[in-house]
Design a protein around this ligand. Structure first.
Ligand SMILES: [Mg+2]
Length: 258
């Protein structure tokens, strides 16, 4: 029995650049739903994504972490800024845990208000929300050429499934499936998919996720590609073992030939 061929792709930073949307939605979540006494939200903040936020983004694994970051950046006292961001980044995961504890927050509730913020915008002005996402045209083309070759594509994202689906629909892309954070870890999802599909590759911009895929016995056979156009850390480009390939947008056309 031969399995259906499929390419797996991450969503944020691989198919779309959602930087404007992350900032906008997280800021709105802080303003409308977080009820923090430490912030006041100046409307001017919505106009431009600060560099500090862009620079911290490669460290983010789950959406709720962006609420923590935005909150820390807009705090009235001792905010994170361009000058002190490195000490935050250097101990990123621990710092997130400390912030959760100090504010008596939990990831689930923060994720919920991020999703609420997205739902609010979708109901209010769907077009405006969609337009905060900039698709990587080469990737959209890549997915269309896969389809022509009868190769499926599947999305594994840490975003809410419903949000990824809405954007994909606007891009006229209808993958075989979209798994969001609701479906569990990417490793477990990839494990499950590999039982019923022949996975030709996984394109992702979080290096640690690809390392985990390679180190897991049940998924180590999957060809892994690090999307260099995504939210990667400068250091990610180096010390890649030959199991994970650094992929450029221009290389996608060669991948279709697989
Ligand atoms: Mg990503």
């Amino acid at each position: 029995m031969s399995f259906q061929k499929i390419f797996l792709l991450d969503f944020d930073g691989v198919i779309v650049d959602g930087m404007d949307e992350y900032w906008h939605s997280s800021l709105l979540a802080c303003e409308k739903y977080l009820n923090s006494p430490y912030i006041t939200v100046d409307q001017k903040l919505y106009k431009k994504v600060p560099n500090t936020f862009k620079e911290i983004r490669p460290w983010v694994k789950y959406g709720w972490e962006m609420i923590l970051i935005v909150h820390e950046m807009i705090k009235t006292e001792n905010p994170i800024n361009n000058f002190n961001k490195d000490s935050f980044i250097n101990n990123y995961h621990q710092n997130c845990q400390i912030l959760l504890k100090n504010n008596s927050w939990n990831p689930k509730d923060l994720q919920k208000i991020l999703d609420e913020s997205r739902n609010y915008q979708i109901e209010k002005d769907f077009e405006a929300w969609v337009n905060l996402h900039n698709p990587f045209i080469e990737v959209v083309e890549f997915m269309k050429s896969l389809k022509k070759r009868k190769i499926k594509s599947g999305i594994i994202t840490t975003k809410g499934e419903i949000f990824a689906k809405q954007i994909l629909k606007q891009l006229n892309i209808f993958p075989e499936f979209v798994f969001g954070y609701e479906s569990g870890t990417k490793i477990k999802i990839a494990e499950k998919i590999s039982k019923t599909y022949e996975i030709l590759g996984f394109i992702e911009d979080r290096k640690k996720t690809l390392i985990d895929i390679k180190e897991n016995l049940k998924t180590s056979h999957i060809a892994c590609f690090l999307a260099e156009w995504g939210y990667i850390k400068e250091s990610d480009r180096f010390n890649l073992n030959n199991e994970i390939k650094l992929l450029k947008l221009g290389d996608l056309k060669h991948l279709v030939a697989i």
